[in-house]
Design a protein around this ligand. Structure first.
Ligand SMILES: NC(=O)c1ccc[n+]([C@@H]2O[C@H](COP(=O)([O-])OP(=O)(O)OC[C@H]3O[C@@H](n4cnc5c(N)ncnc54)[C@H](OP(=O)(O)O)[C@@H]3O)[C@@H](O)[C@H]2O)c1
Length: 305
């Protein structure tokens, strides 16, 4: 849901943490951030060492296992996460929530790697998938959290593209990203990507086994994986039972549906019913008119991890 960065950037195109007076002046113009209201919290993960301001804004402590794959989506009331015909539709779907941008930043700050797919990359031409970018008022606290966790300042970004159908000009590739692809995708991208980016071969076929994708990230030492990928990648991850948790923001909007593929739900091209894939509700928070749900998933195959 990185198109939300565009909205955040329009409010305050804040540079990274230590940029002094300019940044302070900029942040002073932003309206103050109100904490999320914790309505229900049954999460059992051991708490992480959040700086006090992040804990206050989140409305309590926050934990995640060292090794996990967690997804983040924002959806409308009627379950829509993207409208393919509308560029950067998730800005529309998100319905301008500072709480959502804060949670997105917090989830990024905790990650070793943010995984996106080619569709999400294309829909966010300026996306960075960095925590400070999506919620500038918390930039310093996100940086401090990463220091406390012993993580590098910049979160690694991994892009899944079986066919190699990505634009080499995207700025996230200039900054340096992992491109997870097939043999054909690697051949297509050969010599085209900026030197800062790395192509990682995950398999021969254009449709890659999501287990291989996760293994490739684990092999590179990325054990806390945040998926900000779109519904096709996320559907694959859910289908392979690789998802441990889902953080789902529900915006106070309905957008309807014009028929086949005019809207995406959060898991496309995958069929779980019957009986359906069941999550365990472990958190409900509220920020103004947005609701923040947290689900845990059981039943993933340990062999894949
Ligand atoms: N509301 C939200 O929270 C939210 C979050 C994320 C994204 N979105 C929106 O979702 C839309 C994009 O949806 P999407 O489903 O197309 O995005 P996506 O899942 O990020 O990207 C899909 C692409 O990822 C690659 N891929 C996925 N699974 C693969 C597999 N098993 N093997 C090989 N490659 C695989 C393919 O790339 P190739 O075709 O190159 O092989 C595929 O076309 C955008 O509008 C975006 O803004 C919304």
């Amino acid at each position: 849901m990185d198109a939300t960065e565009d909205a955040a950037s329009r409010r305050a195109s804040a540079p990274p943490a230590t940029s002094g007076l300019f940044r302070q002046a900029l942040l002073g113009r932003l309206r103050p951030v109100e904490p999320l209201e914790a309505l229900f919290d049954a999460a059992t993960r051991p708490p992480l060492p959040l700086p006090p301001r992040l804990e206050e804004l989140y409305g309590g402590g926050f934990g995640l296992p060292d090794e996990c794959l967690y997804g983040n989506f924002v959806s409308t009331i009627d379950g829509v996460v993207a409208i393919p015909a509308i560029p950067r539709s998730n800005t529309l779907v998100a319905a301008d929530s500072e709480g959502d941008r804060f949670v997105m930043g917090l989830l990024r700050a905790l990650a070793d790697v943010v995984l996106i797919g080619a569709g999400t990359l294309a829909s966010s031409p300026k996306g960075t998938w960095q925590p400070y970018k999506v919620h500038p008022p918390s930039a310093d606290d996100f940086a401090e959290l990463r220091r406390r966790l012993g993580r590098p300042e910049r979160v690694e970004v991994a892009i899944l593209t079986g066919r190699g159908s990505i634009s080499p000009e995207h700025p996230v590739l200039e900054a340096g990203a992992l491109v997870l692809t097939s043999d054909a995708g690697a051949a297509r991208l050969e010599g085209a990507l900026p030197a800062a980016s790395t192509v990682v071969g995950v398999g021969e076929e254009a449709t890659l086994d999501p287990r291989g994708v996760v293994e490739a990230l684990l092999e590179r030492g990325h054990s806390r994986i945040l998926s900000e990928a779109g519904p096709h990648t996320f559907g694959d991850l859910l289908g392979a039972r690789l998802v441990d948790e889902l953080f789902l923001t529900v915006s106070p909007l309905l957008v309807g549906d014009r028929g086949h593929l005019s809207r995406y739900g959060l898991a496309e091209d995958v069929d779980f019913a019957p009986p359906g894939l069941r999550g365990r509700l472990v958190g409900i928070r509220r920020h103004v008119e947005h609701v923040f749900l947290r689900y845990e998933f059981a039943g993933r195959e340990p062999s894949a991890r």
